[in-house]
Design a protein around this ligand. Structure first.
Ligand SMILES: [Zn+2]
Ligand SMILES: [Zn+2]
Length: 156
């Protein structure tokens, strides 16, 4: 039994180590590319009304990385600011103005972290959400993820 548990633990750690270094990604047209030389600090999904509109679907799939490790290139990188419901904090949403892909966001109240839209990552097969945020605005038909901690709003 103990050997089995140890195997599972090692396998679990192996999954974490499967995150490529650097993490690279791009928008749909390729005009904007990025690279991150760090481990993710946050993996989750956001059901807020603004993410629903920006992604045109039920939630954002997000990977938080230390913003100082994120390098972004491309002249079509544009930005749009939104205010979170019920919070004073604003979210700066970066996207490609040529193809419309959302790429990453920064949140005023969470300095130092850039939140990548996981769909733009070249290889996001390792993604494993641990948190669901803004579940209070989730659509009744939205899917949810196992082994995640739900928050009605943004934690903190
Ligand atoms: Zn683009
Ligand atoms: Zn959101």
């Amino acid at each position: 039994m103990q050997a089995g548990l140890a195997t599972v633990l090692v396998w679990g750690l192996g999954c974490v180590a499967d995150v490529p270094r650097p993490i690279t990604g791009r928008c749909l047209c390729g005009g904007v590319t990025y690279s991150v030389d760090a481990e993710p600090v946050w993996q989750g999904v956001c059901y807020c009304a603004n993410c629903q509109r920006q992604t045109a679907t039920a939630f954002s799939v997000i990977v938080g990385v230390p913003s100082k490790t994120l390098t972004v290139q491309g002249s079509t990188l544009a930005s749009f600011q939104t205010a979170s419901e019920g919070y004073q904090s604003t979210t700066e949403r970066r996207f490609c103005s040529a193809c419309g892909s959302p790429i990453f966001s920064t949140i005023e109240s969470m300095p130092g972290v850039a939140f990548l839209k996981a769909g733009t990552i070249d290889d996001a097969s390792w993604f494993e959400p641990t948190v669901e945020i803004w579940t209070r605005s989730a659509q009744p038909w939205a899917p949810h993820f196992e082994n995640t901690m739900p928050y009605e709003r943004t934690p903190g």
